[in-house]
Design a protein around this ligand. Structure first.
Ligand code: AMP
Length: 288
C-alpha cells in the first residue's frame, strides 16, 4: 500500500495503475461503515484508492473541525489489512493552496435538510469531491447511504458536470443496537450512547407503518417524531423529513421511492440517519 500526500505523486501513481480504479473518499477515523465501502470497492476494481482528508470547507465556523477525530496510524493499518493499494492523504494546503478561489456551487437539492441546518456544507463537499475525483480519476466512487443527502447531491454533481464516474451507494452499517456507525459517535457519553439507538428506532417505526400500508407522510413524520421527543437526552430535532428519494422535496403521500431522514442533537453531538422506502436500496440495514 502506498500513502501519498501530494497531487503530483498521486497523478503519477494513478496514470500507471490497473483499471478499473475505485475511490473511497473519507475523513478518516475509520470504522466498519467506511470498511464496507472499501470492501465493496475491493470486490469491483483492480485498484482501490482511499482518500483521507478532513475537509475544512465543509465545516461551519461553530462546528467540530478542530476536535474531529484523527488517527492516521490506525487508519493505515485498517486499510492495509483490506488490501487497499493507495491512500491519498493530502494536507489542507495541498487541497486549498494560497489563492484558491474557485467553488462548485450545488443547486436547490443542497439547500434542504442538512443544507438548511449547515449553510455552505454541501458547497464544501461538492468542491472537495470534484477535486478528489480530478486528482485520483477513478472509474467508480463509493459513498454511504448513511449520508443520504450527500449521495443525492453527488449524483447530481457528476451528472450535471459530465464527470463520467460511476457513483456506487453502499447501505448503512449499524451497531448491534441499530445505531448507524459514525466517527462522531465517539463524542457520545456512555448515557447518550445508550439512548442514541432511539434515532433508528424512530425511523424504523415510520418505515414499519409504510410497510403496513400507511402512505400519508404526516402520519409517518408524527410517529417518528413522537418517539424522538420521548427521549429526554435528545435536546433538539433539526428536522424529521419524509421526502422524494431523488429531489428530496417533502412529500404529502409516499407513493414512490422516499427517504425518511432525521438530524438530532444530543449534547454536543449531532446524529443523522435515514432509511429508504420503496427504493433500490432494499438492503439499507443489511448489516443490522
Ligand atoms: P466520512 O468519513 O464521515 O466523510 O464518511 C466517508 C464515507 O463513508 C461517506 O460516503 C459516508 O457516507 C460513508 N459512511 C459513514 N458512515 C457509514 C456507515 N455507518 N455505513 C455506511 N457508510 C458510511
Amino acid at each position: 500500500m502506498q500513502t501519498l500526500t501530494t497531487n503530483t505523486a498521486t497523478t503519477q501513481f494513478v496514470r500507471s495503475c490497473a483499471r478499473p480504479l475505485g475511490l473511497v473518499p473519507t475523513m478518516g477515523a475509520l470504522h466498519e461503515g467506511h470498511l464496507a465501502l472499501v470492501r465493496r470497492a475491493r470486490l469491483e476494481n483492480a485498484t482501490v484508492a482511499v482518500s483521507i482528508f478532513v475537509n475544512p470547507a465543509q465545516f461551519g465556523p461553530q462546528e467540530d473541525l478542530a476536535s474531529y477525530p484523527r488517527d492516521m496510524e490506525r487508519d493505515s493499518a485498517l486499510l492495509e489489512a483490506e488490501g487497499v493499494d493507495l491512500v491519498y492523504a493530502p494536507t489542507p494546503e495541498e487541497v486549498y493552496p494560497p489563492g484558491f478561489d474557485t467553488w462548485v456551487e450545488p443547486g436547490a437539492l443542497a439547500d434542504r435538510l442538512e443544507g438548511a441546518a449547515r449553510p455552505g456544507h454541501f458547497r464544501g463537499v461538492t468542491t472537495v469531491v470534484t477535486k478528489l475525483l480530478n486528482v485520483v480519476t477513478p472509474d467508480r466512487a463509493y459513498f454511504g447511504q448513511k449520508d443520504g443527502q450527500q449521495l443525492a447531491v453527488i449524483r447530481q454533481l457528476v451528472r450535471d458536470l459530465d464527470m463520467g464516474v460511476e457513483i456506487v451507494a453502499v447501505p448503512t452499517v449499524r451497531d448491534a443496537d441499530g445505531l448507524a456507525l459514525s466517527s462522531r459517535n465517539a463524542y457520545l457519553t456512555p448515557e447518550q450512547r445508550a439512548a442514541a439507538p432511539v434515532v433508528y428506532r424512530a425511523l424504523s417505526e415510520a418505515w414499519d407503518l409504510w410497510l403496513h400500508g400507511e402512505r400519508d407522510a404526516d402520519v409517518l413524520r408524527m410517529a417518528a417524531m413522537s418517539t424522538l421527543k420521548a427521549e429526554p437526552l435528545i435536546e433538539d430535532v433539526d428536522y424529521l423529513s419524509v421526502a422524494d428519494a431523488s429531489s428530496l422535496v417533502e412529500l404529502e403521500r409516499v407513493d414512490g421511492p422516499a427517504m425518511i431522514s432525521t438530524a438530532v442533537r444530543m449534547g454536543k453531538t449531532r446524529l443523522i440517519d435515514n432509511v429508504v422506502v420503496n427504493g433500490d436500496l432494499k438492503e439499507f440495514d443489511s448489516a443490522f
